[in-house]
Design a protein around this ligand. Structure first.
Ligand code: UDP
Ligand code: MG
Length: 343
């Protein structure tokens, strides 16, 4: 994939702060966070010159999240709730929210207030300077285990050196996106999504604001190791074909060893170096070649599986119901409309 050139020169044109700012918040089993979030959003919105729209996506929660969100939407006209038909995962839930946001600028954030709302004011300042993407760059992470910090650190380093050079380090999905940039991101309907990479790929003037990541206010992380690994694999394979190239390199290395062994065997035969049947070396070679082939086929298979998933052309998510801001249950026609749009 052609990577966005970070050296592209853009002319920044200063602009007004967004007349409407959309906050997109995906939620999965966040019942404990609704009350603190509500309070934080209210005080944040008071300090904002423009209007605020809240797009709250319930990603198939199994707790009281939906009931609490519906109640919030009933008492607050700024709130729109998208209730997905099941758990689709954070990246897809975020996509659903971004698709439905109507603001001039959109901020994507987590429900757990790890990304402080106060940072959004700095993001808006940069937006007014003319930047289209303002991402929050973590200077520190409070309340996360050394293990989580280490795996996150490794993740960004590996992604940047091996997979996608333009990926800013220590940057999550917490970011402000202008309407122009969002419209471009919305056009990318890939099934396997790595949003922060997709936003980097789109280009536009982008800049970081540093912030200190807070500890989760309530509830627990929804990203256990298993999901983190799956996410890393999606990130690596949806942004580069490097794993495929690695399997070629692995094949080449095994091939060189094979040629070396072959030459040695021929020389040994003609020069009469030794007459051992060579069972050990044979076993080693067969295992090496077998493992290299299986791994290569496996990696290739992962890409074929991705093609297969994408070729089905299914909608990325299904909105079962919406609440708030004059919403109704989407009709069948609207649903297939949304499905067509998702392709
Ligand atoms: N989330 C989601 N669907 C999922 C998992 C997580 O919508 O399947 C939401 C979650 O509710 C939160 C955000 O994604 O608002 C980030 O998750 P979390 O805080 O658990 O991740 P961490 O900060 O630990 O990486
Ligand atoms: Mg979190």
């Amino acid at each position: 994939m052609k990577q966005a050139d970070p050296n592209t020169v853009h002319l920044l044109s200063p602009r007004e702060s967004p007349a409407r700012l959309s906050l997109v918040i995906p939620m999965y089993n966040e019942e404990a966070m609704i009350a603190p979030l509500r309070e934080a959003v209210n005080s944040f919105a008071r300090a904002l010159p423009g209007e605020v729209e809240l797009i709250l996506v319930n990603d198939g929660s199994s707790d009281q999240t939906l009931a609490l969100l519906a109640e919030w939407a009933a008492t607050d006209a700024r709130v729109r709730v998208l209730h997905l038909s099941r758990n689709f995962g954070h990246q897809i839930a975020a996509t659903a929210g971004l698709d439905h946001a109507t603001g001039d600028a959109v901020v994507l954030l987590d429900a757990d207030l790890q990304d402080p709302l106060s940072v959004i004011h700095q993001m808006i300042d940069r937006y007014c300077d003319g930047y289209d993407v303002v991402y929050g760059q973590r200077e520190s992470r409070a309340g996360e285990s050394a293990y989580k910090r280490f795996t996150a650190w490794m993740f960004y380093r590996i992604m940047r050196t091996l997979v996608y050079r333009q990926l800013p380090p220590d940057v999550g999905d917490f970011r402000l996106i202008s309407r122009a940039c969002l419209d471009a991101v919305i056009q990318m309907r890939e099934t396997h999504r790595f949003l922060r990479g997709m936003v980097a790929w789109v280009g536009f003037p982008q800049i970081a604001v540093p912030y200190h990541r807070q500890a989760r206010v309530a509830g627990s992380t929804k990203y256990p190791l298993r999901k983190m690994l799956a996410f890393s694999w999606v990130a690596a394979t949806s942004f580069s074909t490097l794993p495929l190239r690695l399997s070629v390199i692995m094949g080449a290395i095994v091939g060189i060893i094979g040629v070396e062994e072959g030459i040695r065997a021929i020389l040994a035969h003609f020069l009469g170096w030794y007459t051992v049947p060579g069972w050990t070396s044979l076993t080693v070679m067969v295992s090496l070649i077998g493992s290299a082939m299986l791994m290569s086929i496996g990696i290739l298979g992962q890409y074929v599986a991705k093609l297969y998933e994408q070729s089905k052309g299914r909608p990325l998510y299904i909105v079962a119901r919406t609440f708030g801001a004059g919403s109704k249950i989407p009709s069948q026609a609207e649903r297939s409309d949304a499905a067509a749009h998702s392709k």
